[in-house]
Ligand binder design. Structure first.
Ligand code: PAF
Length: 281
């Protein structure tokens, strides 16, 4: 595996590979776990070469969020990626990604889809995500990019950006990997104490409970959402939201919408956990 920090070297290498084949890309913020490695394996199936980036993007963290304490584990991550047969690790510094002060940096805004759910709780977050992913796409120039479905809204923001800006990249969503008790794998699970870790699977249980009710024909979505939020509170989580939305655009569903997604975000101690479950009724 080649490790590169500079854009010019990255471009030169990817350029050679793209002459004889195609390139898949997995953007990450590092502190890798089995969920990330499953994205790399998915990428391997889709292309001749796999590029992974590790960059903790300051632009997607608000004041007071966990940017400073987000774990930087480059050496360990690098070994894990090598073990999965990654061809190139791109690990730029903040100065390479953002040579100008943030206030002067061009931004990418994806209105609508960015303004609900996590976009309300974390203002500016999706501008930071869209900007860095747009920039990474321009740097790496991949044929295909793989994102986890755990960040369901993020995946939709990226898909919309790619469509609206006619970017020549195919976006693939990969299934969420779960621990044996159902907890979605996430770098932020590392913030949980052992007591909190024992409580955390409640989030997924609440989602599966709603999915069962929807499949049984329950149409009282507001009731399902508020009961679920109360269940989270009773278990010691502090929900930002529990929402049942239309899967294709995250709008509030009409009675005849069949394909839905249940999304939730909740704090448990210092960790903000998110999860979702697609359901057809
Ligand atoms: O999902 C993530 O890890 C990040 O939001 C991403 C897509 C790498 C952009 O910084």
């Amino acid at each position: 595996m080649i490790t590169i920090n500079a854009t010019s070297e990255l471009r030169a290498q990817v350029d050679i590979w793209r002459r004889g084949g195609n390139v898949a890309f997995v953007p990450t913020m590092g502190n890798l776990h089995a969920g990330h490695l499953s994205l790399v394996r998915e990428a391997r199936k889709l292309a001749d070469r796999v590029v992974v980036s590790i960059f903790v993007n300051p632009m997607q963290f608000a004041e007071g969020e966990d940017f400073d304490k987000y774990p930087r584990t480059l050496e360990r991550d690098s070994e894990m990626l090598e073990g999965e047969g990654t061809d190139l690790l791109f690990a730029p510094s903040v100065d390479v990604m953002y040579p100008k002060p943030q206030a002067e940096q061009t931004r990418v805004e994806v209105p609508g889809i960015s303004d609900v759910l996590c976009g309300v709780c974390r203002p500016g977050h999706f501008v930071g995500v869209a900007t860095v992913v747009c920039k990474l796409f321009n740097m790496v120039q991949p044929d295909v990019a793989v994102f986890g479905k755990k960040d369901f809204q993020q995946l939709m923001v990226i898909r919309r950006m790619v469509e609206d800006l006619a970017m020549p990249v195919r976006i693939v969503g990969a299934e969420t990997l779960r621990e044996s008790d159902g907890l979605a794998m996430s770098s932020r699970n590392g913030y949980l104490t052992s007591d909190e870790r024992a409580i955390a699977p409640v989030l997924y249980r609440v989602l599966t409970g709603i999915a069962t009710k929807l499949k049984e024909g329950d149409t009282n979505l507001a009731g399902l959402q508020s009961t679920a939020a109360q269940e989270l509170l009773d278990s010691g989580l502090r929900p930002d939201y529990v929402a049942i939305r239309r899967a294709r655009d995250l709008a509030e569903p009409n009675d005849d919408d069949r394909d839905l997604v249940i999304l939730a975000a909740a704090y448990l101690g210092k960790a903000r956990l998110i999860d979702n479950l697609e359901v057809s009724r």
